[in-house]
Design a binder for this molecule. Structure first.
Ligand code: SF4
Ligand code: NI
Ligand code: NI
Length: 734
């Protein structure tokens, strides 16, 4: 019988082909030409992890190719030998090594073939993201370890049509699996089908477009091996441990959609080494012998409606899906999805209406667990394009619950609402924004579902402190305004709890990594005098959060030696962020925006920017949508530096932070402020004057320009001169 012939033949074919490509590359480029996957310390990860070979130059690629050649089993003469697994797995592995070299050669020849970053740039026509860089690995890989992603489905090929592709992919998304896509079937790909079906693809929606060819399937295996090295502590070269780690810990499998030829067959055989079985929608006669191992390696002719369920079963994956009784799908896979203009049905907040969130502790007898009350219009009463005010008021009772926990629960609203498919949540506190898509409306989404989700997840995630949850949603303007006024007085009390404390008072700061799902290398460090840039978390809140959840996103950070008192650099903090960002960020200053500022994520309340010709700085809040003297609107600024990087000259901060004593003190402090939107200036007016006076300037708020004065540096400079603004005579900013 011609068992396994296709895979072994595939091995020969691919290895020979790539040997040829390498030969050609060596004729075109110097042998010392650098090769590699961009922004990674893992060399070519499959080759490195399994053999320990560090491929850095074109010349270096000869070694793994020779190794691959050596793995190929002696030629199958005739067809009368017995099936056994060894040579097959070896042929598969040879094919995988060759595919990785092939991809390295592609990146050498076409450095722009893959997009940089997490998500494709559809407008620029760049769909393929290629190998994960180290930032992506850090953030996404850890999800495979902490269980927030139970595994991945590697899909090669294409479904018969877009609707089928969507069905299959959404099934996996609902199970919180990642979907790694590679290869095409007759020129069609699952990714293009997803796009055609109106889905959003990229790491942020867990639908990862690796590449259009079967060779790009190697990125899935590379990702798995890097996770084993980074999080499983497996040493490169220890191939047994790497493969065992994957078999036991990374629950993955392959779905082959389309005819399986020799090139797919060798990839499938390769994946068996990792313990990843292949399920196909077609008849695949003789790739691998079945019945040799504990589970089937290959299952053919699986109907599309069953492929998800069947794959999960075959791989022996246990998935706890939270059954939450709402009409839309729910889970972390939907967190990163956006509701863009054309998809929008209606919205609340975002500067158009008021949208406020408040969590308050209640007595046990005061509330009814699971009750969701809607006061006012619901979404069913709204027309397309309409806006509504919204007040989300949550009452929590629990024997162990304390008022200190309120802000922590309140901050969960953000990601929990984002988990609902088709709903997007931005911001926090009294500047929240909820966008509802047409697709969600079609499925029957109503406001009540927000309450259902919050009730269910608060119970699930905070068992220790939560006994009862009741949610009230207000949509009448008067009610929302009333709630907002109350909420603001609550926020004020919370903020002021740290008012009298200084950074010198404490020896421990707290980290916050809640936002890493959006901004991978972002690590907030929260000190008494530098509240979280979202405005929703101060030092007290982080401390309380750590008490509730000692392994959670808020960890104590020992300050350690003070390295720079003026700009606020601390040895302990540097050590911590280096670790927490896995080396992406080495250091940052607490009190400077000019020199190594803190990292910024997209949820900051305000963004400050330097205005060099005024020798000062400006800041702009999320609620101001106009132009600013930096030449950028808030949204542009947030887009440019909200990804978790440290961007000298810019920093995200909370409103409250503006009048905290250490605000950019290393750059001269609040007296550098030359421009703010009027709205923000009015809101902080008294506090600015108090802080200004402390710094020796009377009526400082009136010296700060706003949009009524001008929106360019040129326009505001005469105003500043006339007012005698202190920044003009301070030492140069840079
Ligand atoms: Fe935490 Fe910072 Fe995100 Fe606020 S902005 S939730 S402090 S990581
Ligand atoms: Ni096996
Ligand atoms: Ni954030």
């Amino acid at each position: 019988k011609l068992v396994a012939f296709a895979a072994i033949q595939g091995g020969y074919k691919v290895v020979s082909q790539v040997e040829g490509e390498l030969e050609k590359a060596l004729q075109t480029y110097d042998a010392s030409t650098k090769i590699g996957f961009p922004n990674t310390a893992y060399y070519l990860p499959v080759i490195y992890s399994l053999t320990g070979m560090k491929c850095e130059t074109l010349e270096d690629l000869k070694k793994p190719m020779a190794f691959a050649r050596g793995l190929l089993p002696p030629h199958v003469k005739g067809a009368n030998h017995l099936p056994y697994l060894g040579p097959l797995l070896d042929a598969g592995m040879a094919g995988i090594f060759a595919y990785e070299v092939k991809e390295a050669l592609r990146i050498l020849r076409e450095p722009d073939f893959y997009v940089v970053g997490e998500d494709p740039d559809i407008e620029a026509g760049k769909i393929w993201v290629g190998p994960a860089d180290d930032t992506i690995l850090r953030k996404r890989g850890v999800e495979f370890v902490d269980g927030s992603a139970p595994g991945f489905a590697a899909i090669v090929g294409a479904a018969p049509d877009a609707a089928t592709a969507k069905m299959i992919v959404e099934d996996y998304q609902k199970k919180s699996l990642y979907i790694f896509c590679a290869a095409n079937h007759n020129g069609k790909t699952v990714i293009e089908q997803c796009l055609e079906a109106g889905m959003q693809v990229g790491w942020s929606t867990r639908i990862v477009p690796f590449g259009p060819d079967i060779s790009s399937a190697v990125f899935a295996l590379g990702f798995a091996n890097r996770a084993a090295m980074a999080f499983g502590g497996v040493e490169p070269g220890d191939y047994r441990k790497i493969l065992m780690y994957n078999k036991n810990r990374i629950f993955a499998f392959v779905n082959a959609l389309g005819d399986v030829g020799t090139e797919w067959a060798v990839a499938a055989a390769g994946a068996v080494n990792w313990g990843f079985p292949t399920l196909a929608d077609t008849d695949i006669p003789e790739i691998l012998p079945t019945g040799i191992c504990t589970y089937e390696h290959v299952v053919a002719n699986v109907p599309h409606t069953e492929i998800c369920q069947k794959s999960v079963e075959v791989r022996g994956l246990k998935i706890n899906i939270t059954e939450i009784d709402i009409p839309c799908a729910f889970g972390p896979a939907f967190e990163g999805e956006r509701v863009r203009g054309g998809d929008l049905y209606c919205q609340m907040g975002g500067g158009k209406t008021q949208c406020t969130e408040l969590v308050k502790m209640a007595e046990m007898s005061e509330i009814e667990d699971g009750k969701v009350i809607i006061v006012g219009k619901d979404i069913g009463d709204m027309k397309e394009g309409e806006t509504l005010p919204l007040g989300i008021f949550i009452q929590i009772a629990g024997r162990e619950f304390q008022t200190d926990f309120e802000p922590i629960m309140e901050r969960q609203i953000h990601h929990l609402i984002n988990y609902i498919q088709g709903i997007m949540h931005i911001g926090q506190r009294d500047i929240s924004w909820v966008r509802v898509s047409k697709a969600a409306i079609e499925k029957g989404f109503t406001l009540k579902d927000i309450g259902v989700v919050l009730h269910a997840k608060f119970h699930q995630d905070f068992k220790k402190i939560v006994d009862k949850v009741q949610v009230t949603l207000y949509t009448n303007k008067e009610d929302v305004d009333k709630l907002t006024a109350w909420a603001r007085s609550e926020y004020k009390v919370r903020d002021e709890r740290v008012d009298k404390m200084t950074d010198e008072d404490v020896d421990t700061f707290y980290s916050c990594t809640l936002c890493q799902s959006f901004a991978p290398s972002h690590v907030c460090t929260v000190s008494p005098e530098r509240t979280g840039l979202c405005g929703a978390y101060n030092w007290m809140d982080c401390k309380a959060s750590f008490e509730i959840n000692p392994t959670g996103p808020n960890q104590p950070v020992l300050k350690g030696k003070v390295l720079d008192p003026k700009r606020g650099r601390f040895e302990g903090v540097d050590e911590f962020i280096k670790k927490a960002s896995k080396g992406a960020v080495e250091t940052y200053n607490f009190y400077s925006m000019v020199h190594a500022p803190m990292t910024t994520c997209g949820c900051c309340e305000c963004i400050a920017a330097m205005l060099p010709s005024c020798n000062g700085i400006m800041t702009v809040g999320r609620d101001y949508s106009g132009d600013t003297p930096s030449g950028m609107k808030f949204t542009t600024l947030a887009g440019v530096m909200g990804g978790g990087a440290s961007s000298p000259g810019f920093v995200g901060h909370s409103k409250f932070n503006v009048t905290q004593k250490k605000f950019i003190l290393g750059d001269g402090g609040l007296l550098r402020m030359v421009w703010m939107p009027k709205m923000l200036k009015d809101e902080l007016y008294d506090k600015i004057n108090i802080r200004g006076k402390e710094m020796g300037v009377e009526n400082f708020a009136d010296m700060i320009a706003d949009e009524t004065v001008g929106i360019t540096e040129e326009d505001i400079l005469p105003f500043l001169q006339e007012k005698g603004h202190p920044a003009l005579t301070m030492e140069p900013l840079i």
